[in-house]
Write a protein that binds this ligand. Structure first.
Ligand SMILES: [Fe+2]
Length: 296
């Protein structure tokens, strides 16, 4: 079979066919997929045969796996996070797990139960966002650092189940200092590295911080920078968590929506000046060992 890669939009997203992701892949195919991911940031596969074990095996082609989550245990398998609307809806722009010092490099999402309407996932290229900044703003962003945390300062829970999930999610407090502009470790591309886990920009007041984040975030969420993926069950979406943000649209009423997530361990982000992120609070070594992440 020959790998076929078709772009979905100019800045982000490609559909991949000609490969069965539920089978073991050879090194050449993995290399081609890695290159495609570097270029397109998000890849979509039809994967009707894929199960949790297969999703883990597929993701492991790209590096060591993280466990399900720093605080939320995997329900059935240690490396699989159940993404279930019953536990809450991720309708906030974010990059996965940026509150730890080495957030996942790659996230994979497999669709299991999809509502009859809505439930799309948006994925934005933070590289396209960075490139579209006016030069003065780009230079300013290059110099900024932000504090990311898993502790939300707002409460927006709809049910007891959601409340319980939130309690587990926040059971250990994490805080990490990341550059607002991150250099991609494989491509050297620069991207805005912010999203909803950001608590504050260093050196600014809370109010200033909010306004500045809103300004930068507007470039991330520009429609031209976004892939809007409308799911069918049995698909696999793979995105580069180092240079994207995503958002699960809450537009499907109370219908069930279930996906499973497996993530590949990432390195410690590096700023445009070569300075690395630092953990301020919380130990995430059980989630994503630093030694393996640095080698990946
Ligand atoms: Fe997410």
């Amino acid at each position: 079979m020959t790998l076929v890669i078709n772009k979905i939009t100019a800045h982000i997203g490609a559909r991949v066919s000609g490969v069965d992701v539920s089978e073991a892949l050879d090194a050449e195919t993995v290399n081609q997929l890695r290159q495609a991911l570097n270029q397109h940031k998000a890849l979509v596969f039809d994967a009707p045969e894929l199960d949790s074990a297969g999703q883990e095996r597929f993701a492991a082609n790209f590096g060591d796996l993280t466990t399900a989550h720093p605080t939320v245990p995997g329900q059935n398998r240690a490396n699989v996070l159940e993404v279930d609307a019953e536990n809450g809806k991720a309708n906030e722009w974010h990059t996965d797990v940026t509150f730890v010092v080495n957030p996942p490099a790659i996230s994979t999402l497999r669709s299991i139960v999809i509502p009859s309407y809505g439930g799309e996932t948006l994925i934005a290229s933070s590289a396209a966002a960075y490139r579209s900044l006016p030069e003065q703003l780009r230079r300013w962003a290059d110099s900024l650092w932000a504090i990311h945390t898993n502790i939300y300062d707002y409460v927006k829970v709809r049910s007891d189940k959601e409340e319980q999930y939130r309690t587990v999610f926040q059971s250990t407090q994490y805080e990490t200092r990341h550059p607002v502009v991150r250099v991609h470790p494989e491509t050297g591309e620069k991207g805005l590295f912010i999203g909803s886990f950001v608590k504050q920009i260093e050196g600014l007041s809370k109010t200033e911080s909010k306004d500045v984040l809103r300004l930068f975030q507007a470039y991330v969420t520009k429609p031209e920078h976004i892939l809007r993926w409308s799911w069918q069950p049995g698909q696999l979406l793979v995105f580069d968590n180092r240079i994207t943000q995503h958002y699960a649209i809450d537009n499907y009423d109370d219908q069930p929506r279930k996906l499973s997530r497996v993530t590949v361990a990432g390195d410690i982000p590096v700023s445009v000046n070569g300075e690395r992120s630092e953990a301020l609070l919380g130990d995430a070594s059980h989630y994503s060992p630093l030694e393996s992440a640095n080698a990946a």
